[in-house]
Design a protein around this ligand. Structure first.
Ligand SMILES: *Cc1c(COP(=O)(O)O)cnc(C)c1O
Length: 421
């Protein structure tokens, strides 16, 4: 793809963009004068699809009109409501339906998955995470270690970038496993790193972990709806992700969970269970011995919040209609254009720390600005450009293919140029 400078080029790209009309299906926040924000934080909280309200209203109406009967009689019966999400979600992450369920929130799911897939012994108990893992993931791992009676300082093994580098090198993970593999029980890695935007090779991570008999789990918070992780083929044991980032399902919305098919029928896996883990056919007899459902559904605990699921359904129906292939195609172009314009600035202070190879990143670029402080972020915000600031000097900026335009990107870089001069 060859890019050009100038506003005209961005306008032409928007005109030729087959997904351009999806922008009008979202509420785009505006300033007091009615001017639309340039919203680049779909990696933090995705914008609201206009259809979300209709989907939630449907459930409010059914609740008002049917009360408890809504479990069976609602237009979308609540009892199997989560099943309406499974197929679309499975497609988004490249999984089989039996491998996926929507439930709880992300960190909760990580804990529940570790109950099953982190089974340490006295000698094989360590957990590998990225050195700049998302804090919640680190705390989850730390407290799992402590729960099992281990010292977290000793039990956490960090996969770090090399000196003076930002990105992770897969050979270093291999090295860690070769050195300490006998002591490592689990790898829990962010598939797309929240800070650098680096998209790691999940298949290779799974292979490296499995070669030393470790379980491999992936946090896909920054991957779901952004890249195509092909979870089933990757062979990882489990994964979890939230739906409020790229999946536009609303603040604090429910999370996705993946358990690889190879574990689907293993009833000996330890787990924490609730009535929603139990066989659907006998769930309401209320007397049974626990009969855990096969597949990811067997990790559910509770009957789920339908209002939140309605918002997820609104979003997934849109993703299903567009398809990840078309989304990725636009995303690579749009982020490539963003990168091109930033490089055109030729500003020695600016460094993009996200990988250059489109196969090793999603839509986010993490832009390091030497000697910058948070005032840069404030100035962008004052100019209606919503980005995400990470101390000490990184702006994370995610042009998402569903609602961002080439002109958004053009205008953002023009403004950045103004501010930096
Ligand atoms: C966003 C994010 C979380 C947030 O966890 P919640 O349980 O949804 O609050 C956790 N881990 C990563 C990697 C994230 O990007």
């Amino acid at each position: 793809m060859s890019y050009k400078t100038g506003l005209d080029f961005s306008k032409r790209q928007d005109q030729e963009d087959k997904l351009a009309h999806y922008r009008s299906k979202f509420h785009i926040p505006k300033d007091n004068n009615g001017k639309e924000w340039l919203y680049f934080t779909g990696n933090s909280l995705g914008l609201q699809p206009k259809s979300t309200q209709t989907y939630i209203q449907q459930e409010l109406n059914d609740w008002a009109n049917l009360g408890v009967e809504g479990h069976f009689e609602a237009k979308n019966p609540w009892l199997p409501y989560h099943e309406f999400l499974t197929e679309s979600m499975a497609k988004i992450v490249g999984a089989k339906p039996i491998e996926v369920v929507v439930m709880n929130t992300l960190t909760t799911n990580l804990h529940l998955l570790m109950v099953s897939f982190y089974q340490p012994t006295k000698t094989k108990y360590k957990i590998v995470i990225e050195s700049d893992a998302f804090p919640s993931d680190r705390y989850a791992v730390q407290t799992q270690l402590e729960f099992h009676g281990f010292n977290a300082k000793d039990g956490i093994v960090e996969w770090k970038p090399r000196e003076n580098e930002e990105l992770l090198n897969i050979e270093d993970l291999e090295h860690i496993l070769n050195e300490q593999g006998d002591e490592i029980a689990l790898l829990l890695i962010g598939g797309v790193n929240y800070y650098t935007g680096q998209y790691l090779d999940l298949k290779r991570i799974a292979k490296i972990g499995h070669a030393k008999n470790c379980m491999v789990g992936i946090d896909l918070a920054h991957g779901a709806g952004n890249i195509k992780p092909e979870l089933h083929d990757s062979g990882v044991d489990f994964a979890a992700w939230c739906t409020y980032k790229y999946l536009n399902s609303g603040p604090g919305s429910l999370a996705g969970l993946f358990v690889h098919e190879k574990h689907a029928y293993n009833k000996n896996l330890k787990r924490f269970a609730g009535w929603w883990s139990h066989n659907k056919d006998t769930r309401f007899n209320m007397r049974q011995q626990l009969d855990v459902m096969p597949g990811a559904e067997g990790w559910q605990l509770s009957n789920p919040p339908i209002l939140s699921m309605a918002a997820i359904k609104a979003s997934l129906d849109m993703f299903n209609e567009v398809g990840m292939d078309a989304l990725r195609e636009k995303s690579e172009k749009l982020t490539g254009y963003f990168e091109f314009l930033i490089n055109q600035l030729n500003n020695q202070k600016i460094k993009i720390i996200t990988p250059k190879n489109p196969k090793e990143r999603g839509c986010q670029l993490s832009i390091q600005v030497q000697n910058a402080d948070k005032s840069l972020h404030h100035k962008l915000t004052e100019a209606n450009i919503i980005t995400d600031w990470r101390e000490p000097d990184v702006i994370r900026c995610a042009p998402t293919p569903l609602y961002n335009t080439y002109q958004d990107v053009f205008n953002m870089v023009e403004k950045l140029k103004d501010i930096l001069n």
